[in-house]
Design a protein around this ligand. Sequence first.
Ligand SMILES: Cc1cc2nc3c(=O)[nH]c(=O)nc-3n(C[C@H](O)[C@H](O)[C@H](O)COP(=O)(O)OP(=O)(O)OC[C@H]3O[C@@H](n4cnc5c(N)ncnc54)[C@H](O)[C@@H]3O)c2cc1C
Length: 355
Amino acid sequence: MYDYLIIGHGLAGAILSQRLLEREQKIMVLDQPDQNHSSTVAAGIFNPITGRKMFKTWKADELFPELNSFYPKLESKLESNFFHPIGVYRPYFAIDDQNDWEAKKSDEKFYAYIDKTATSHIEAHQLHDPHGGLFLNQAGYVNILKLLNANKKYLIDKGCYQETMFYEQDLKSHSDHLSFGDLKFKKIIFCNGIMAHQSEWFHWLPFHPVKGEIMDIEMGKRPKTIYNRGVFILPFENQSIRVGSTYKHHFDDMQPTEAGQNELKEKLSGLLNETYQIKGSRAGIRPATKDRRPFIGKHPDNEHIYVFNGFGSKGVSLIPECSKLFTTYLLDGEALDTEIDISRYYSHYPTKPKN
Ligand SMILES: Cc1cc2nc3c(=O)[nH]c(=O)nc-3n(C[C@H](O)[C@H](O)[C@H](O)COP(=O)(O)OP(=O)(O)OC[C@H]3O[C@@H](n4cnc5c(N)ncnc54)[C@H](O)[C@@H]3O)c2cc1C
């Protein structure tokens, strides 16, 4: 009998599988990879200071130290190389930003995340950055597809992975365990990304799916770091350069669109000051939530059923820390932070009508 059945091997299921194996739990991971492409499409960027107003991201002081130690350890365990802390260069919008960030540079709230500042162009006119900008530390990207492939191989070698579709109607409840086909297990954890939206167990959680599109381009000089202002330019591992992303709350399919590509071209024209060629594009749906916080915890009506989801556009930075907290919740009975615990939405759960 397995301790845990994990549904989904995106970034959430993959990292959680490692956390549970570290604690010597017996697990099985089921994944049907074509059910969504969020993890495989994602740029994989982690960046502690984001947005037009350059705010420190939620819980950065916990998330960033954790991710910076977690991914290198996972690389050694999986004998793979997917963690690239190459930093982010964020050009200023206006000259006033210079004074602002010169002051913040020595503020202890930001100190750990600022590598250096520039007060004029950093590359001979490759970018529209006449006022210079900010170089961020503890930032970079994870090649998620490479991580998933390495993790899948690891799980297969340990007999902990099956490529198969999980159907909720085939989940059976017994007195002391659950079963799905021949698999018997004590608990089930849904890491099924946006598919949870349609789930009998978790559809009542306020998911807020957001479609995103990314382009691959070729350009003259390859950047050494990630450029980010309104749009990112990411020098990805295998020589391709990724540009993204769009955010669409209303959409009909998962395909890249001409409108998405035009939006990226428009944004790119505000940042990049040289010609480029588009080589391809891709799209996926982010498992985002209405309150922008993850959905983690126990089903209100069934103590054997759990969810680990809702990582939106920040899975790379959220999942290492959240998986650590979730594992201590499951195995040591530690309470979850109320901001991530789905108990904050138990009042949304539709109780069954009484006969
Ligand atoms: C365009 C785009 C760009 C992004 N860029 C970034 C970025 O730069 N940085 C960042 O941190 N995040 C980024 N993200 C978000 C990131 O992709 C997510 O936060 C994260 O990957 C979510 O992982 P997940 O495992 O929760 O979900 P998913 O990746 O969706 O994984 C769920 C898995 O469950 C499987 N599954 C679902 N239902 C079933 C079933 N019934 N049976 C079997 N298997 C099932 C799916 O096939 C899938 O493999 C981006 C997303 C998009 C779309």
